[in-house]
Ligand binder design. Structure first.
Ligand code: PLP
Length: 490
């Protein structure tokens, strides 16, 4: 008899499962081979929106080729492909295959990592990975941590723990010190924690865009003099724009002297923990009370895969709440929910686990080293180009630069010019380049995370930027034939 629940994962439906997943993989692999070197098609938001909203969700089309064809039309035909070297904008990486195999198990088995009775061995796979990461940081066996959805959540939890250490202190007097180039999730966390925007004190950066310890010292001193409480100092190990690694030992010493929690946001630079050639760049990270690491950036894992690791596991108690039906105090079983902001939680750790078991940590670190070498080699070429202004030498894998077509452009003109270049490359689907601002001035940014990309590949993107810039320079006011795709002011 045919089950009425034939789409349910169940041994009776094994054939259907195999077929559905098998054809999904085949379909995806077909798309992989069809990008023709373009990371995107440049579909407009309006067109993409229309295709999705036109679908009548009350009229299913059933399994099979039609459903996949629809998916292609709505998304895959115009997706952004991170394995293409010309996708060089954001901290979203090409992914390694062992992690993709893990995804099959993560969703199929559907373990939930909140309690042992929903996850069994998965709980200990996650714990072993946390302990392993802690050992790489240089923590001793008091350390603990938990997988999170990303750096944003890790930073929030770290600051929540920091606030927990200040129990009894007036919340409006608590202050968080972070470099002016630190990640905006620190400000968001302060809001969520009810501390207010003014609780985050931006600390000036030096010429290499690293937190200036002298400025931090002054800011901490000023706060103390004003009767404020330094709740946390957040150092960044790899800022999003410049890859700058704050001077961790100096910042740690200042945080300690003022009794502040010391958090290191290593969302980007955390991959250096496995770098065979650059691990020393993170010296001092072991002095942190907590560390955020995004495996879904420099460890080539699919989104999401991230962790918060703390020096003293007891501090995780600030997020513990006992529920009679889930994690009562007298439970005979271990659980992870005591350590997490989430309750139901995907087994993201398995992706990293499979990657380490199949490829090994050194291989991940070598991939990262390759990408950092690539950034250096490309930046060296850019510095020699008369029409390219490089904002700073790369410190990790970003290159902040802009096209300067002639000597007589003012800042506004340069901003419009570079925004137009970026928009045109997006619209044409040739390259994905990011935009940012440096001290108020508009720049473009390459974020390199593809270890297969060559120097020539990336210089090809730069050549596109320059050619487009030249063309726009010749016809600065000519209307674009297919304008209005990427929303930028022109
Ligand atoms: C990416 C990033 C974050 C945010 O991490 P998500 O995983 O995107 O939530 C935080 N800090 C830094 C330095 C980052 O680069």
């Amino acid at each position: 008899m045919r089950s009425p629940w034939q789409h349910l994962f169940h041994p009776a439906n094994a054939g259907r499962y195999r077929e559905a997943v098998g054809s999904a993989v085949d379909h995806l692999v077909d798309h992989l081979g069809e990008t023709g070197g373009r990371p995107l098609t440049g579909i407009s938001p309006r067109e993409a929106a229309a295709r999705a909203t036109d679908v009548d969700l009350d009229r299913p089309i059933g399994d099979g080729p039609e459903a996949l064809a629809e998916l292609s039309r709505l998304w895959l035909d115009d997706a952004i492909w991170f394995h293409e070297p010309a996708a060089a904008a954001h901290l979203n990486c090409p992914v390694v295959i062992p992690a993709l195999a893990a995804e099959v198990f993560i969703s199929g088995v559907n373990s939930s990592l909140d309690t042992f009775d929903q996850s069994a061995g998965a709980t200990f796979i996650e714990r072993h990975l946390v302990d392993w990461t802690a050992a790489r940081i240089g923590y001793d066996d008091r350390a603990d941590g938990v997988f999170t959805t990303g750096g944003t959540q890790s930073n929030l939890q770290a600051l929540l723990l920091a606030r927990g250490q200040q129990e009894g202190r007036a919340p409006e007097r608590l202050r968080i010190f972070a470099s002016a180039d630190g990640h905006f999730s620190v400000q968001k966390a302060a809001r969520i924690l009810g501390l207010g925007d003014e609780s985050v004190v931006p600390v000036a950066v030096d010429v290499s865009r690293r937190m200036d310890p002298a400025a931090l010292s002054r800011a901490l001193g000023d706060a103390a003099a004003a009767g404020l409480t330094p709740m946390a100092v957040v150092a960044t190990a790899g800022t999003t724009d410049f890859g700058a690694i704050d001077p961790l030992p100096e910042v740690a010493a200042l945080a300690k002297a003022h009794g502040a929690w010391f958090h290191v946001d290593a969302a980007y630079g955390g991959g250096l923990l496995v770098s065979p050639r650059r691990r020393s760049w993170l010296a001092g990270i072991e002095l942190a009370d907590s560390v955020s690491i995004d495996y879904h950036k420099t460890w080539f894992q699919p989104v999401s895969c991230s962790a918060l690791v703390v020096r003293d596991g007891a501090t995780l108690g600030h997020v513990t709440w006992h529920a009679d039906y889930l994690n009562p105090k007298d439970s005979a079983h271990p659980n992870q929910v005591d350590k997490s902001l989430q309750t139901t939680r995907r087994f993201e750790a398995l992706k990293l686990w499979m990657t380490l078991r199949v490829m090994g940590a050194d291989a991940i670190g070598e991939h990262l080293d390759t990408v950092l070498d690539l950034a250096d080699a490309v930046a060296a070429e850019l510095t020699a180009m008369p029409d390219i202004d490089v904002a700073a030498a790369p410190q990790l894998s970003t290159i902040v630069f802009r096209h300067v077509p002639g000597p007589d452009r003012d800042e506004d003109g340069l901003a419009r010019h570079n925004a137009a270049i970026r928009a045109e490359l997006f619209d044409d689907g040739r390259a994905l380049v990011a935009a940012t601002r440096v001290d108020g001035r508009a720049y473009l940014k390459l974020t390199l995370l593809n270890p297969i990309a060559t120097v020539d590949d990336v210089l090809g993107v730069v050549a596109m930027v320059r050619e487009t810039g030249e063309r726009l320079q010749e016809r600065p006011t000519a209307p674009r034939p297919r304008g209005g795709r990427l929303a930028v002011a022109r």
